[in-house]
Design a protein around this ligand. Structure first.
Ligand code: PLP
Length: 432
């Protein structure tokens, strides 16, 4: 069996491992979950990437979501060159920040004021600080399997039994930082009600991915977000939507416009930076005035709102349209249906979850609606599937529990080629 990487990538990975932990700057890139060696990427155009050994792939990672217009769109490259020549960072106000902020506030219904940061992690971390300050309460609720970046209070999983407090999922996270994080079950309102009952009047906020994307794609069940909103209102608890993936991915105003649910605070990232490091949090003006320098809640950033990031964000958001979302959803359906079909031909048990241009094929025979059912999926089979796809020039996410992302640059014939490769990969899975 040919290996999935060749000479130059292998040599670079060996060098990388001597100077970077695991050879990477973010763990999933090391391919540990699929028992492979990562190709090192040299360049990307549109829906395609090429590695340092000259192999080409149709890309479904798309930098984990930001690249909704594909790799290196000509207009963006040009805008960035122009911006670069004017200076890459001033640490002082620029018109570009105002321009992007106005666009975000006009697109996302619940955002009246927005603060730009450099990553989704910073956005969620600060949104929680703000929620705690505004409510003068300490506890927060997150959902098992939702990812909100790597701030200490969010690297937490459910303890055993409803009374137990969150427990750290990473060494170095203290019990104290985990103790104020309560963990509920996605798509299970009862689990939230239970926590509300036990910790009455101590809960500042509930944070949720309105469409879960970090345990694979799991859409919210009918009524779940609406009822969560009501529950929060009844108890004076703030609702935070982490739309770092779903904002601008599923609709112009994010998942909140699709479901008609208005969160108090929204976290953004990924697409808002168009491939440059940007995150943002925003919401009701009365809440956002708690943030320094208007209010006492401290948060700052040397490179926040820098001209390159703002240019990429503005370029990217200005080219989104209903038409584009329609086109992306069509491709998403084509991919989801194609994967299901070739699995069934090969006799492989597969459940494909999708929402517009987000797709996850789960190697399981049961519906996937929460963390437990997601983790029922067979990760070994996903590994077999993934390695076969990579050998055939398709680059899916190197983990079962991630979303595939489509872009404006993907075309119907890319999906057809992908399904052809998936047909072979499913046979390999069936044989394994
Ligand atoms: C990616 C992601 C984050 C973290 O963003 P970073 O920019 O990687 O820090 C937070 N929340 C969600 C839902 C994400 O998908």
């Amino acid at each position: 069996m040919p290996s999935s990487t060749s000479g130059s990538s292998r040599r670079l990975f060996a060098r990388a491992r001597r100077v970077l932990p695991g050879g990477v700057n973010s763990p999933v890139r090391a391919f540990k979950a699929v028992q492979g060696q990562p190709p090192f990427i040299a360049r990307g155009t549109g829906a395609h990437i090429a590695d340092v050994d000259g192999r080409r792939y149709i890309d479904y990672v798309m930098s984990w979501g930001p690249l909704i217009h594909g790799h290196a769109p000509a207009g963006l490259t040009k805008a960035l060159v122009t911006a670069t020549k004017r200076g890459t960072s001033f640490g002082a106000p620029t018109a570009l920040e105002v321009q992007l902020a106005e666009r975000v506030c006009s697109l996302v219904p619940s955002i009246e004021r927005v603060r730009f940061v450099n990553s989704g992690t910073e956005a969620t971390m600060t949104a929680l600080r703000l929620a705690r300050a505004a409510t003068r309460k300490d506890k927060i609720i997150k959902f098992q399997g939702c990812y909100h970046g790597h701030a200490d209070p969010l690297l937490v999983q459910a303890g055993s039994g409803a009374l137990t407090l969150g427990v750290p999922t990473s060494p170095g996270v203290t019990k104290a930082s985990a103790a104020n994080t309560l963990v509920a079950n996605y798509n299970d309102l009862e689990s939230v009600k239970r926590l509300f009952r036990i910790h009455r009047r101590k809960i500042a906020a509930v944070i949720i991915e309105p469409i879960a994307g970090n345990m694979g794609v799991i859409p919210p069940q009918k009524g779940f977000l609406e009822e969560l909103r009501e529950l929060c209102d009844q108890s004076g608890v703030l609702l935070i939507f982490d739309e770092v993936i779903s904002g601008f991915r599923v609709a112009l105003g994010g998942a909140q416009t699709i479901f008609g649910v208005k969160p108090d605070l929204t976290c953004l990232g990924k697409i808002i930076g168009g491939g440059l490091p940007v995150g943002a949090y925003g919401g009701r003006a009365d809440l956002m005035t708690h943030i320094a320098p208007d209010g006492p809640v401290y948060q700052a950033g040397t490179l926040s709102g820098n001209p390159l990031a703002m240019t990429a964000g503005t370029w990217t958001l200005s080219r989104l349209s209903e038409r584009l979302y329609h086109q992306l959803a069509k491709l998403g359906d084509q991919l989801a249906e194609g994967l299901a079909e070739v699995a069934s031909e090969a006799g492989v048990q597969l459940r494909v979850n999708s929402f517009g241009s987000m797709v996850t094929p789960f190697f399981t025979n049961r519906p996937v609606c929460n963390y437990r059912s997601a983790t029922d999926a067979n990760t070994r089979l996903y590994g077999v599937f993934f390695r076969s796809m990579l050998r055939h020039g398709i680059y899916p996410p190197p983990s079962q529990f991630e979303s595939w992302f489509l872009s404006a640059a993907h075309e119907a014939h890319d999906i057809e080629r992908t399904i052809d490769a998936a047909r072979l990969a499913m046979r390999a899975v069936a044989r394994s």
